[in-house]
Design a protein around this ligand. Structure first.
Ligand code: PLP
Ligand code: TYF
Length: 396
């Protein structure tokens, strides 16, 4: 049976982790995978999460099956967070939200549902994008193309190219957009650019699918969420995948969601029934623990305020590392202006380094980023930053 099974390629990002673990270099620094570490290089366990777990321990709950769409208090908290607690779509009940196994699970449920709904539609992801976007929509049965996004020469967004690709795509395409903190480039659209993208999506009858894996890591929870309001105002049907992996530092708990903004409450009820069908035939219903933690934190005013402070701390630390990286590279003798690093936002920086330079960084210095030049600035800290700056300066 298995004699002809071929070895599948490794995930290029997660594969780097294995290479990093095996590297004996005592100075090694892992800027490969998108994970936030604190200034001591430790994966944080947020205080709000610890307090929620303590409260949960005081009232231990049996572990029955959850409803197919997850914990109701969780789904409602996601709706309020993503669309606004007092927003018209929340009040009128025209959003279908399901708990999902991470943001990836949210994307996958949406992709499987869309495949039934629009089997022949073209899916467009940004060039470049998180590689799993392509793999995930391809495995759901779609033909996945891309729209222009990153301009390597100008170190920014090729916005006219992006609009042109969206205009040229066949009407009724599915367009995957990063709501904030674009992975891998770190370049987000401005509010005015979002307006123009929304207008093209409307004119061409495209369906937006927003991937929101980093809400709160850019400019703030509300600021990063503001883009959703533009889609509400547009009247477009819209998909939003949410991930709490980064914002709650709950990577391994696999907490996410999918929300579908519909035209009416009745539509939302029918869409929800179809999402539940996708879930039932995949994994039946979601796990309890991670969703329960997030529901407790988001629904308790004190814990919620604590979460917002802890999230702000992570966001501000990343921003300060960006500034120190720019200054440190200059101090290490880099001639070219690296100021673009502070214009980027979120966990990642597209450094502009070539594949050869990234390979040298790994082999000679033990500094791991992806071959595309992406570095996770959320893994820099006051102890490793000087070494990283000297290493980058050496390969430049
Ligand atoms: N979408 C993007 C853009 C990401 O960077 C990630 C990162 O992990 C995900 C989705 C997946 O999130 P999760 O780990 O919650 O599945
Ligand atoms: O882009 C990243 O590094 C994160 C983590 O298959 C990740 O989004 C990377 C690859 C993958 C799953 C998660």
């Amino acid at each position: 049976l298995f004699a002809a099974v071929e070895m599948a390629p490794r995930d290029p990002i997660l594969g780097l982790n294995e290479q990093f673990a095996a590297d004996p270099n005592p100075h090694k620094v892992n800027l490969g995978v998108g994970v936030y570490y604190d200034d001591n290089g430790k994966l944080p366990l947020l205080q709000c999460v610890q307090q929620a777990e303590r409260a949960m321990l005081e009232h231990p709950a049996a572990r029955g099956y959850l409803p197919i769409d997850g914990i109701a208090a969780y789904d409602n908290a996601v709706k309020a967070l993503v669309f606004g607690a007092d927003s018209e779509p929340v009040r009128s009940g025209r959003i279908a939200t399901v708990q999902a196994i991470g943001g990836t699970g949210g994307l996958k449920i949406g992709a499987d549902f869309l495949r039934k709904l629009k089997p022949g539609a073209q899916v467009l992801i940004s060039d470049p994008s998180w590689e799993n976007h392509r793999a995930l929509f391809t495995s759901a049965g779609f033909d996945v193309g891309s729209y222009a996004y990153y301009d390597a020469k100008r170190l920014g967004i090729d916005f006219e190219g992006m609009l042109a690709s969206l205009q040229a795509a066949s009407p009724g395409s599915i367009v995957l957009l990063h709501a904030c903190c674009h992975n891998p480039t770190g370049y987000d659209l401005s509010p005015e650019q979002w307006d123009r993208v929304v207008a093209v999506l409307q004119a061409r009858g495209h369906t937006p699918f927003l991937d929101m894996a980093y809400q709160g890591f850019g400019h703030g929870i509300a600021e990063d969420g503001a883009v959703i309001q533009k889609f509400i105002q547009s009247g477009l049907d819209c998909f939003v995948a949410t991930s709490f992996s980064k914002s709650f530092s709950l990577y391994g708990e696999r907490v996410g969601a999918l929300s579908v903004l519909c035209q009416s409450k009745d539509e939302a009820a029918r869409v929800l029934s179809q999402l539940k069908l996708v879930i039932r035939t995949n994994y039946s219903n979601p796990p309890t623990h991670g969703g329960a933690i997030v529901a407790v934190v988001l629904n308790d005013p004190t814990l919620r305020a604590l979460w917002e402070r802890e999230l702000a701390e992570m966001r501000l630390r990343i921003q300060s590392m960006r500034a120190r990286l720019v200054a440190g590279l200059k101090a290490a003798g880099v001639q070219r202006d690296m100021g673009f690093i502070t214009q980027q936002i979120g966990m990642f920086s597209y450094s502009g380094l070539s594949k050869e330079q990234m390979v040298r960084l790994r082999s000679e210095f033990g500094v791991y980023g992806t071959d595309t030049g992406r570095m996770c600035v959320a893994a820099l800290n006051s102890k490793n930053i000087d070494y990283v700056c000297r290493s980058i300066a050496a390969v430049l």
